[in-house]
Design a protein around this ligand. Sequence first.
Ligand SMILES: [Zn+2]
Length: 309
Amino acid sequence: MDIQTFRSTYSSLTEPFICLCGSKISIPIKPKERFEIPITFGICLKCGHIYAKNVLSDKALDDFYTSPLYRSLYGSLSVQDHIDKLFVPNKSETALWKIAKPYLPNKNGSVLEWGSSGGWNLIPFRDFGHNVLGLDVSVPYIEAGKKTYGLDLRLINDSTIDELADQKFDVIILNHVLEHLTQPGTLLTQLAKISSKDTVFLIGLPTIEAIRDYGFQNYFTVAHIHYFSKYSFASTLKRSGFSLLEVHRTHGGLTFVAKALNKPVNRPDIKGVLFSFAILSSFYASYKTRQTLKKVLKATGIYRLIRKS
Ligand SMILES: [Zn+2]
């Protein structure tokens, strides 16, 4: 399927979607995503979460992620080139490693990454002497990561959680995973089953605080259902029975440190609603200002001169 056909048939492949907090009341904020696909995005008036209000059905989602169209929209590198490019030199102190380090023993800690793709995030953890396991749904990335990085990477299946029941991990990483899932809370609750009171979750997300890293137009994409903020993800954690310990600004978003300790709590969050409106308005205003300035410079010929110099 080409992009034009996908755009014109998108609405027939989708189902209506309500906020993770259960509220159906939202304000539409944007009618299309970065590739002009007609996805309506809304802000929940109960918790401030920003999300896609019409999402691909499970079957259409599978078809989309395995299609040549998805690969043509996101990156032109082959799997092996991608793996080679993301190689992490020996004992590199990456941002994720630095956040996790205080929660690990000196040696032989146990680290799980769910949604590890080819496993590049795990390389420093292995290099600093810990036991690492990566799980993913992509066979080509798992195979290339095993071969190139020499990591223990396995395919996720329906019994994966049960198979891991006897293991207890010091750190569980979910890096840029939850924004793709319709119900991220379900995965958090499942992973809570294989965690102890000491297990720490590192959860990286492309949050609205990082819109500038992508550009306003590029930030909203068919591949993401959820656009969390520090507030709306804190609400999601509470609803899944997690306690938030720390939040770090990392490239492309925020990384949350949390533990599965509590009973689930679902409360409205007015501060979260106001925060989403404020941050979105500010990024939209600066995007429109830049667009207008570009138009004026183009009309006067100054834009061409600046580009030449
Ligand atoms: Zn909500």
